[in-house]
Design a protein around this ligand. Structure first.
Ligand SMILES: Nc1nc2c(ncn2[C@@H]2O[C@H](COP(=O)(O)OP(=O)(O)OP(=O)(O)O)[C@@H](O)[C@H]2O)c(=O)[nH]1
Ligand SMILES: [Mg+2]
Length: 375
């Protein structure tokens, strides 16, 4: 390899020198300006240059070859290397740009699968996740698509403030230990503040467990309201008569979702008129399948609404939100702690969806800000 430096007043003159001395096969190694002039460093593979300059002796049968600079071995190798390098770069770019498209556009199966994974991680069922994705309007960007999905999820929650449901009688059902009695204490406490303790009364259908009655009795004492225990139509009728003119809350015994007595308590209360509010408490900390089975004990539209309890204990919230949405249960409120009444809140669908998103740690930055804007 022979390396030379050529200095001229401009590139054209310097290149002319390179070509004149080293020939068309010369490789340009560097090109820079030095003291107002152009300096070109060029090299030539001496062996190839000689091989090209002195044609090989041919056999009689071999046709005469006239090597041209473009077809010289050095140029061919360089060209091949260049092609390979370009191919490699093209592959890298394809991969990179393909990936970016996958991340940023709102279309295509890959994008849907990212969104589906997020929804499943939140605890939603495949059915609801599929429905949300099917209704997704076409959009170019993943973050926009995600925002639309969580907003739609919030909209799918039917919100109903407890007070907007008519009824002087409110019965609260649910699994064991989900927070039925606490919910009653909170709602009754609120009513007492509004209409006074002489307008509120309590009944418990939990005649099975002494402890349960004691718990409600101590709430009744603290609130200054009467409490009756009933276990059949007759005793319930008597209790309601004695508390006529009061807004009455009926506490029920916590039952497993498979226990037929859950439904029997509902049937007993239902017998007292159409204006009874039937409220199901679903614990967010319970399994979604458990909540689903509990809700399935009641015919469609049998319940006036649901309250989601133990939001603070939940690992994920999508499951219980899914149950509320698919059972078309109006959401009356949610609780996120043991304090009475501070930890019972009116239902706020977007807030619950925001918490569901946060718990799943899917994209905390998006909903917190955007959902507030959306609301
Ligand atoms: N962390 C948390 N605890 C709650 C919440 N709501 C109720 N609890 C607690 O859950 C426990 C059970 O609450 P209860 O109100 O007695 O539940 P219940 O459904 O009446 O229970 P049973 O009548 O035994 O079926 C109590 O220790 C409550 O303080 C909540 O939102 N968050
Ligand atoms: Mg109870």
């Amino acid at each position: 390899m022979r390396v030379e430096r050529y200095v001229a007043r401009d590139s054209r003159s310097a290149m002319a020198q390179v070509r004149a001395e080293l020939g068309a096969d010369a490789l340009i190694l560097a090109n820079r300006r030095v003291a107002g002039q152009v300096e070109i460093t060029a090299a030539i593979d001496v062996e190839h240059a000689v091989a090209n300059a002195v044609p090989k002796r041919r056999s009689a049968s071999e046709p005469e070859r006239r090597p041209t600079p473009a077809a010289s071995p050095t140029n061919e190798i360089q060209l091949k290397a260049l092609e390979n390098e370009l191919e490699r770069l093209r592959n890298i770019l394809d991969k990179e740009l393909g990936g970016r498209k996958w991340q940023e556009t709102g279309k295509g199966p890959a994008q849907k699968s990212v969104l589906r994974q997020r929804l499943l991680r939140m605890g939603l069922s495949r059915t609801l996740a599929g429905e949300l994705l099917d209704r997704l309007p076409r959009t170019e960007r993943l973050d926009v698509a995600w925002r639309q999905i969580v907003t739609t999820l919030g909209d799918r929650l039917q919100i109903s403030e407890a007070e907007t449901i008519p009824g002087e009688l409110t019965a609260v059902y649910g699994g064991t230990g989900v927070g039925k009695t606490s919910t009653i204490a909170r709602l009754a406490g609120e009513d007492i503040q509004r209409i006074g303790s002489n307008r509120v009364g309590l009944v418990t259908l939990d005649s099975y467990r002494v402890g349960a009655q004691e718990q409600l009795a101590s709430f009744a004492d603290a609130l200054g309201v009467p409490l009756f225990v009933a276990d059949d139509r007759q005793s319930l009728s008597l209790a309601l008569k004695k508390m006529q003119g009061r807004k009455i809350y009926i506490d029920t015994a916590g039952m497993s979702q498979h226990d037929a007595r859950l439904r029997r308590q509902y049937e007993l209360v239902r017998g007292f008129g159409k204006t009874v509010r039937h409220v199901l408490v679903l614990a967010a900390s319970a399994q979604a399948s458990q909540c689903r089975a509990l809700a399935a004990n009641f015919a469609p539209r049998a319940l006036s609404g649901a309250i989601i309890s133990k939001v603070d204990e939940a690992q994920s919230l999508g499951g219980v939100l899914d149950v509320v949405i698919s059972a078309r249960l109006p959401l009356l409120g949610f609780s996120d702690g043991q304090r009475i009444p501070e930890d019972l809140h009116y239902a706020d669908g977007l807030e619950l969806v925001r918490r569901a998103v946060q718990l799943a740690d899917v994209d905390p930055a998006v909903p917190a800000r955007q959902l507030r804007v959306a609301s």
